[in-house]
Ligand binder design. Structure first.
Ligand SMILES: [Fe+2]
Length: 231
């Protein structure tokens, strides 16, 4: 077991996981070269937006699938339904912004295809949503995913503003929503009554958090590779 897990003492498994993701895992996603790329991004380097559209579309669908599947716990069911509802307009809002800045969405074009790394991340989130127990879903889909989205959106907004692009509802609203969704995950996993299974699963939750973060970092790295492809 990870030394830090053992050091968690009589602290609850949930609050340990929440702290572990926000202190350690979050920064490992930020190590992606996409974050340094955004700080230097030029106006014609928006090829990565197609990857964001794929990720947003599939993540939103996976959230809806999670909410539709039967699960124990009233609080958990309420959270998954609320989360799915609040994300449902995300891909449509991104398409509106793409149209405003002149990026066409052509699903058949090679330049818009998912990178293998984006595809692996998407497949992982679908698997988590449909097959893993609630505590693992909260770690991967709320804590790791929403902190990754929050940090990515924060950096991307600065880059887009510097390049002179207008910031539509997609950018303004969803960054704040991601912060709320990460907080939802923290509240749920710290509430032992709704996620009882977390207590005996800290090692596997840590493994899942690391694995999910690695997939986000790899996917984001791949977005740099396609950034200069004409959007
Ligand atoms: Fe979100």
């Amino acid at each position: 077991m990870d030394a830090n897990v053992e050091d968690s003492g009589d602290d609850s498994a949930g609050s340990f996981m929440s702290r572990y993701v926000s202190d350690r895992i979050r920064s490992s996603v930020r190590d992606s070269e996409m974050f340094s790329f955004l700080r230097e991004m030029a106006r014609d380097e928006l090829g990565w937006v197609h990857q964001l559209l794929h990720q947003s579309t599939e993540f939103t669908q996976a959230l809806s699938a999670r909410a539709a599947l039967p699960s124990d716990g009233v609080a958990y069911r309420a959270m998954t339904a609320q989360h799915a509802r609040e994300e449902v307009g995300l891909p449509a809002d991104l398409r509106v912004w793409m149209a405003i800045v002149g990026i066409s969405v052509d699903a058949g074009a090679r330049r818009t295809a998912m990178t293998p790394e984006t595809m692996t991340l998407v497949a992982h989130n679908w698997y988590v949503a449909q097959r893993l127990p609630p505590s693992e879903q909260v770690v991967a889909m709320n804590l790791v995913s929403e902190y990754a989205a929050l940090d990515f959106f924060t950096e991307a907004i600065v880059a887009l503003r510097r390049c002179g692009f207008p910031l539509s509802k997609f950018w303004r609203v969803h960054r704040d929503a991601d912060e709320v969704h990460a907080q939802m995950g923290t509240e749920l996993i710290c509430d032992g009554a709704s996620l009882m299974d977390a207590r005996d699963r800290v090692s596997s939750l840590v493994d899942l958090a690391r694995h999910t973060a690695n997939l986000y970092r790899a996917a984001l790295d791949s977005w740099v590779r396609v950034a200069r492809i004409r959007p």
